[in-house]
Design a protein. Structure first.
Length: 345
């Protein structure tokens, strides 16, 4: 059976209607659409065919149908129309980016709030990934006879520090020399390359400080991994406002999924490699997320993808509007962070 243009128009109308109402859609409702000039009887026949093809489901014995995950996938890939955000919406987002926020963490937290507030879904954002940023300065500061604070400043304006053990008797002058050496060798190098390649090479060159520098390397690696794993969420309770989650089983699955965070973080980390992703229902690897859809967008510092933001909602989410908001927020966040880091440089 062929999915012709008439069936696709009817399917698009059903999806649009169900997104708005969350009610099973009948042939009479679709016959009233201005761009579908067909009788209810003809539409019923087409809806039966769409159900047979797996695009529609009939939840009850009533005549109404609801879209399947397969229908949403076709809708997102081929059928939905691009939407134009309202002036109120764009002003709301512009006001966020016009605020004077000095810390990256504050920018990320505020962005998550804006996304959840504007979409009325749940938002999630990964913190900027340090793997791609470049080192600007390394400083070793003594804090006791056997410990020093290793401070790493990146060109993205992010400062990370870690306590490292130093050989007994290491004086301030020696720590200063090592600081200058590390800065000279690591400046303008990517953090991940410095940790995996450059620092071990430096350790080989300076045998007397090998143990100390290797300890520094391990501290930097742990700090980077901890920083990368940070994720900000907002608006989880928004999901409970949708009728889909009046089902206690679905609500429990969703809350359990976001409580563990690991799989959600993994999904967002993978998404950083792509400009946008849309994962619908059963496409989610986590079974507890298969009543949801997740839409993500990448944000950047300069030209480097450095993190991702996502919207989680029911499978009947307003995909076109969510994508438009993520596109606007992704561009705005990238510009804001890039400007912050340029000023820091």
């Amino acid at each position: 059976m062929e999915l012709d243009m008439r069936k696709m128009r009817i399917l698009a109308a059903i999806v649009d209607d169900y997104i708005m109402t969350a009610m099973p859609v009948g042939s009479r409702t679709i016959s009233k659409h201005p761009d579908i000039n067909l009788s209810s009887a003809t539409i019923r026949n087409e809806m039966s065919d769409l159900e047979e093809l797996g695009y529609l489901e009939q939840p009850h014995t009533s005549a109404g149908r609801i879209p399947s995950d397969k229908a949403y996938r076709l809708y997102v890939d081929s059928l939905m129309r691009n939407v134009r955000l309202s002036e109120r919406e764009t002003r709301f987002m512009r006001d966020h980016f016009s605020q004077e926020l000095d810390q990256v963490e504050d920018v990320v937290k505020q962005t998550a709030w804006v996304l959840s507030n504007l979409t009325q879904y749940m938002s999630v954002i990964t913190s900027p990934q340090l793997h791609a940023v470049k080192i600007k300065h390394v400083q070793l500061v003594p804090v006791s006879e056997e410990k020093a604070l290793c401070v790493v400043v990146t060109d993205s304006g992010i400062v990370r520090d870690a306590i490292v053990r130093i050989p007994r008797g290491t004086d301030v002058e020696k720590l200063e020399r090592l600081s200058r050496l590390l800065t000279a060798r690591l400046a303008n190098q990517r953090m991940d390359e410095a940790i995996t390649t450059l620092i071990p090479a430096i350790c080989d060159e300076i045998a007397e400080n090998r143990a100390f520098l290797m300890a520094t390397l391990e501290s930097l690696r742990r700090g980077m991994d901890a920083d990368s794993a940070r994720m900000t969420m907002a608006g989880a309770t928004n999901m409970l406002n949708y009728p889909e989650y009046s089902d206690m089983g679905k609500a429990k699955n969703f809350l359990s999924a976001i409580e563990t965070k690991d799989k959600l973080y993994g999904m967002l980390t993978k998404a950083t490699k792509m400009e946008f992703t849309v994962t619908i229902g059963a496409e989610n690897e986590d079974a507890q997320m298969q009543d949801c859809s997740v839409v993500t967008a990448t944000y950047r510092i300069g030209n480097d993808p450095i993190g991702s933001m996502g919207i989680i909602g029911p499978t009947r989410m307003n995909y076109s509007r969510v994508l438009a908001i993520l596109r606007y927020m992704g561009n705005g966040l990238s510009e804001m962070l890039t400007n912050m880091f340029e000023e820091e440089r």
